[in-house]
Design a protein around this ligand. Structure first.
Ligand SMILES: Nc1ncnc2c1ncn2[C@@H]1O[C@H](COP(=O)(O)OP(=O)(O)OP(=O)(O)O)[C@@H](O)[C@H]1O
Length: 223
């Protein structure tokens, strides 16, 4: 479904080019739960950002259902991100003055039309899926850190994406809340969403269908 071929990515600052991804090739299937692991600075976040289209690679192709998404226009990329790809970060990035359900409804608001009853029901369903039924009308500040992250996951899945990218989704959580988030991601994967996750927590990589180990910008191993 997602095939990255010969990806190179560098950052430039003060005229100095830092090559961070060096000839990366990977294949992600629709049923995969992929974990990207590796030392700090090995290029994990850069890789997930390139795969999820947040960053453009310098070289290489990324085929999504046989379409090269590296050559899409910004408008086409936005469509892809709204429809098929979704992203969860280490920090939840919720709007503090909107309730949980209003935050989850945000992806429906990109066309400035009023939210429909069906969309509201979908948002409620997404919150129930992450174990937050009954807490729809709480503000983020009235939820625990783990619950806030689960609202962010509900927001990411409300439009039924095909691929969910998660960059250190448990990074700011304690073990119990981190475990809960991982369980939710596995449930979503069982329901048919491909998951691509960066994690420092080697235990969380154990139940993944693919573990990609990064080292200094190259893939050290794929298991
Ligand atoms: N926006 C940027 N501009 C310049 N250099 C960057 C930028 N983002 C990352 N880098 C550099 O690219 C390299 C890889 O960073 P990246 O964040 O992808 O690694 P990582 O494996 O995710 O690290 P961590 O586990 O610490 O989050 C690092 O040397 C980092 O300093």
């Amino acid at each position: 479904m997602l095939v990255a071929k010969n990806i190179y990515k560098s950052y430039s600052s003060n005229g100095i080019k830092n090559l961070v991804l060096k000839n990366i090739s990977i294949e992600i299937n629709s049923s995969d739960f992929v974990c990207i692991v590796g030392r700090s600075g090995s290029g994990k976040s850069t890789l997930i950002n390139v795969l999820s289209t947040l960053l453009k690679p310098d070289e290489g192709t990324i085929l999504y259902n046989n379409i090269d998404i590296t050559s899409l226009s910004e408008k086409e990329l936005n469509n892809l991100r709204l429809k098929d790809f979704s992203i969860v970060f280490q920090f939840h990035h919720l709007m503090p003055y909107l309730t949980a359900i209003e935050n989850v409804l945000l992806p429906f608001m990109s066309n400035f039309k009023p939210v429909t009853k069906k969309q509201y029901e979908k948002a409620k369903e997404a919150l129930a899926k992450v174990g937050l039924a009954g807490k729809e009308n709480r503000l983020p500040g009235q939820l625990s850190g783990g619950e806030q992250q689960r609202v962010a996951i509900a927001r990411a899945i409300v439009k039924s994406p095909k691929v969910l990218f998660a960059d250190e989704p448990t990074g700011s959580l304690d073990k119990a809340n981190g475990d809960e988030v991982i369980k939710i991601l596995h449930n979503l994967n069982d329901e048919g969403i491909a998951v691509v996750m960066v994690t420092h927590e080697i235990n969380y990589a154990k139940n993944c269908s693919k573990v990609i180990e990064m080292e200094d910008g190259i893939i050290k191993s794929i298991n």
